[in-house]
Structures are given as C-alpha cells and as structure tokens.
Ligand binder design. Structure first.
Ligand SMILES: Cc1cc2nc3c(=O)[nH]c(=O)nc-3n(C[C@H](O)[C@H](O)[C@H](O)COP(=O)(O)O)c2cc1C
Length: 323
C-alpha cells in the first residue's frame, strides 16, 4: 500500500526490530529517535491505518465510509425537519385537526328514568363569612364526621355548583357560550330526610330526581373510589356531555372547555363548603369509567371529570392535616 501512513508504520517497525536485535547482541539498548510516534492502539506488525481513541484499530477506508454515512444521515434529518416546519407554517391548524375528528363522534347522552322528584329548600344568597375570608380559609378536607348533612346544606352546595341564578337561565358557574355540558349525579349516603341512593340535580327548578339506585353509595365503593368518597355523607359526581359543548363549537375539540368548566364548578363547591364551615375536596384520581358504569351513566357520551365528597369536617389525623 503506497501511502505515507503505511510507510511510516513500516519504518517504525523496522527500527523496533533492529532495536531488539541490537539489545540481544550487545545487551546495551541504543538510543533511537523515532521519526513518527507509534499509535497506542496498533499492535499489528503490518500496521493498521488510523486508530480510534480507545484502541480500536480502523482502516482509513472504514473511517471514510462512516464519515460519509454520518454526513448523509445528518443532511437527510435536516431536510426532513425543514419540510415539517414548512408544512406547519403553511397550515397552522394541522396539529389540532386529528383531535377535532375524534371529538365529532360524541352523541347526546341517553336520558335517565326518574322515579320521584324531591324539592330542595330555597338556597340562601348571604352567609357568615366574607368572600375574602372564604378564599383565605379554603382547604381540601378529606375527613368527614358522622353528622348527617341537612337538606338546606345539600341545597346550598348544589346551587353553588350549577344552580340557576337569573331568569335567563345563567348558572352559578360560567360556561363557554352557555353550553352547560355538566350533569350532577348526587350519591346520598347520610342526608337528613332523604333516602340513600342516586339523584340527578335539575338546575332549572332546583330539584333532585331520584334515579332509583338505593345502593349507589356501596356501588361506588366497589368501583374503587378514594377513602374520602367512601366515608362522605354526600358524593357529587360531575359528569360532562362533550356533545353539548360541540353543539356550541362544532369545529373545536370540546374537552378543553369541558375541563375548564369542571374546574369552575369545583371551585364554587369548595368556596360554598368553606362558607358553611363544612369540608370537601375535588378528586380526579380514580377509575372514572368504572364509577360511570356502576352508576349506570351513558359511558360512551357522558364522562366523569370529578368526584366531590362533601360533609361536616371530621377529626383529621396529623398526616391528613399536613397533606
Ligand atoms: C385537578 C385536581 C385533581 C385533584 N385530585 C385529587 C384527588 O384525586 N384526591 C385528593 O385527595 N385530592 C385531589 N385534589 C386536591 C389537591 O390535592 C389539593 O388541591 C392540593 O393538595 C392543595 O391543597 P388545598 O386544596 O388544600 O389548597 C385535586 C385537585 C385538583 C385541582
């Protein structure tokens, strides 16, 4: 191989051989000036081309091929990235398109069979605490006493969540274009003067429709809800119909608006509970599909966003208080 690298290696090896011979004969090692430093990685007498750091011998041809391959790969990736950026600039909605297509599949949830209607006491529009004090005091409270919830307290909580607050039908919590996609399913476990079971809140006439499921409190326990929902006298299920939001915004994914509205409703419940000096917590950490199924919801078209247990504040262990 007539390249200079090979010649240099040959020269180094020749000097080495001579060096060894001289030592054998005379026992004195002559000082030889090495013209080119020997590569540490190369221990083959015929030489091994260029060496990589770490001692792996590589021939020049291999290195050239790898370099070419890397340059080609980098160029290809750069071209792909530029094309992707260009298509995003030309079509800014491209990234939201697939979500919209999926969202269009929602339908209106099946209507429920109500056995009896229960009237709720008129809600009050004044309280003992100022709004500022209520906000200051608000905490998530997960432990409840055995004291039953009164009908007046239940009425107040449901009104704060979704009650109608004017003749035009506006509700206590805001809703995008007044879509109002939420239904409140109320699991009653310990309310004075009300049979245990599952009820649907009607904001228009402030009543509860009995859905005829007396064992609803036990059913949600079977579905694996958190301890707070196992012990609370009342558990409010915030279930949304994305199709109702789609009616107002046919071309948009309904779920961002649905989740934001769920947050508004949850906050109203928090503040009302605090103002009544009662306890609540919004919970999202449970199997929503399992709970929806045991409560007989239309699981294809109605989705639970929160379970909100509510009751009189119980003695919380220290760990809970610090949560
Ligand atoms: C979206 C959301 C989901 C939550 N899910 C749960 C939950 O599954 N279980 C729970 O005990 N608390 C839940 N919380 C309550 C938070 O743990 C609580 O707000 C947080 O610890 C702050 O405490 P504070 O509300 O007392 O200020 C949730 C809160 C939010 C906003």
């Amino acid at each position: 191989m007539p390249n200079s690298q090979f010649s240099q290696n040959k020269l180094v090896n020749n000097i080495e051989m001579k060096d060894n011979m001289s030592e054998n004969v005379s026992g004195v090692k002559p000082v030889v000036t090495t013209p080119v430093a020997k590569k540490d990685c190369c221990d083959k007498p015929e030489g091994c081309g260029n060496c990589m750091k770490g001692g792996m011998p590589l021939r020049k041809e291999s290195l050239s091929f790898i370099t070419l391959f890397m340059v080609g790969l980098t160029t290809l990736l750069a071209v792909l990235l530029i094309n992707e950026k260009r298509s995003q600039v030309n079509n800014p909605t491209a990234m939201t398109q697939p979500e919209t297509v999926v969202a269009m599949e929602y339908k209106m949830p099946a209507s429920k069979v109500i056995t009896t209607v229960v009237e709720l006491p008129e809600p009050k529009i004044d309280g003992n605490l100022s709004l500022e004090e209520t906000i200051q005091n608000r905490r998530s409270r997960r432990v409840y006493s055995d004291e039953p919830v009164t009908m007046a307290e239940l009425s107040q909580i449901l009104w704060s969540a979704q009650g109608e607050t004017d003749e035009a039908g506006h509700r206590a919590a805001p809703s995008a274009k007044g879509a109002y996609p939420f239904s409140l399913y109320v699991v009653v476990r310990n309310v004075d003067g009300l049979d245990n079971g599952l009820y649907l809140y009607n904001p228009t006439n402030h009543t509860l429709g009995n859905l005829g499921m007396a064992n609803a409190p036990e059913r949600i326990v079977e579905a694996g809800v958190q301890d707070n929902s196992v012990t609370a006298p009342v558990v409010i299920t915030l279930a949304a119909s994305p199709a109702k939001m789609l009616e107002k915004f046919p071309d948009a994914d309904p779920m961002p608006n649905v989740y934001m509205e769920g947050g508004h409703i949850g906050q109203n419940i928090y503040l009302q509970a605090e103002s009544l000096e009662m306890g609540t917590v919004v919970t999202g950490g449970f199997d929503k599909m399992a709970v929806a199924k045991v409560l007989g919801l239309d699981v294809e078209n109605e989705m639970i966003v929160y379970l909100v247990p509510f009751g009189h504040i119980g003695e919380a262990p220290e760990a809970e208080a610090a949560h």
